[in-house]
Design a protein around this ligand. Structure first.
Ligand code: ASP
Length: 315
């Protein structure tokens, strides 16, 4: 039986300013086009997710790939995970500095390694051994981000609250107003009925080198299993990790709950339990889906037989 393919995308959940809305919507639409055209031709969900996430990594608008937030010492350090719900194969990389598209490295781990997760230099060397080019970190760094980092560090020196790195001792109310979360992700259902998920991020602005957030951790910012659902998250990483929120959500779908209800419930639980903020896209193998965020805006997109839709708020 052939399934009607579906692709959902997010491009971060935060108070996206008015003058950045068009760029977010354009980026999400481009990613939908790239991923959905593959699904339409019969490609696998994991291929479509990888392609869609790569488009978002290549777009400077988002905190993934080039243009990501900088670490405290001025580097781009990237994390990504890709998971195939049909085979339960997964590939993750974290703290990579010399790869243009960490989602492609994640795909190589998924396809070619008996392991699931590589970090730092080992991840870069694995990717290079499988044909990926290693670049200089400066190719990923934008002047816009150097300025952003200087501003954040000036505030830190002035003794103003450090809201740029929303650690768990910070006020969530203030953090949500100021902290931007432009991580990207996708979930897909292909014609064979398989689902997949991917998430890619530069993490949080002014993060300590070596810090890893939720995005690339299995069950936290990303998960896929044909027996339950595919999920990708964005937002304040530390609380999401502690709640293993992606797995929390897919488990409830497996228990028979509707994804359209589970997604807002998961985000409500994130806030109620730990004061966290973020957004989620969730897709079941039967095509039912949920989107939710408790930030002022979330860049989202969906494409299925009805064509592409994009937006910045879920009502
Ligand atoms: N969740 C990401 C992290 O904590 C940030 C984001 O979603 O933008 O690394």
């Amino acid at each position: 039986m052939s399934h009607t393919p579906k692709l959902l995308i997010h491009g971060g959940a935060w108070a996206i300013p008015d003058d950045m809305v068009a760029a977010h919507e354009r980026g999400v639409r481009n990613a939908l086009d790239a991923g959905y055209s593959l699904l339409h031709q019969g490609a696998s969900a994991v291929d479509a997710v990888e392609a869609a996430v790569a488009v978002l990594e290549d777009d400077d608008t988002f905190d993934a790939g080039r243009g990501s937030f900088l670490t405290r010492d001025g580097h781009v350090q990237l994390d990504a995970l890709l998971m195939d719900g049909g085979t339960m194969r997964a590939g993750g990389v974290a703290c990579v500095e010399r790869l243009r598209n960490p989602i492609h490295a994640a795909r190589l781990v998924l396809d070619k390694s008996p392991h699931v997760y590589f970090v730092g230099r080992g991840a870069e060397e694995f990717a290079q051994a499988h044909g990926m080019e290693l670049i200089d970190n400066s190719e990923l760094v934008l002047d816009r981000e150097r300025v952003r980092l200087e501003d954040a560090q000036a505030k830190e020196r002035a003794g103003l609250p450090d809201l740029t790195f929303a650690g768990d001792d910070k006020s969530p109310e203030t953090a949500v107003e100021l902290a931007s979360h432009d991580t990207v992700g996708a979930v897909a259902l292909d014609q064979k009925g398989n689902i997949a998920a991917g998430t890619s991020t530069g993490g949080t602005l002014n993060k300590a080198p070596g810090r890893v957030g939720d995005s690339s951790l299995i069950g936290c910012g990303c998960y896929a299993d044909n027996a339950s659902a595919a999920v990708s998250l964005t937002g304040w990483g530390e609380p999401i990790m502690k709640l293993v929120l992606g797995k929390w959500a897919v488990d409830r779908v497996q228990m028979g709950r509707a994804p359209e209800q589970v997604a807002p419930d998961a985000i409500a639980y994130l806030f109620k339990r730990l004061g966290g903020h973020g957004g989620m896209i969730l897709l079941a193998p039967d095509g039912r889906f949920g989107l939710a965020h408790n930030t002022p805006r979330m860049a989202w997109g969906i494409c299925d037989a009805q064509g592409p839709r994009v937006g910045i708020v879920i009502d």
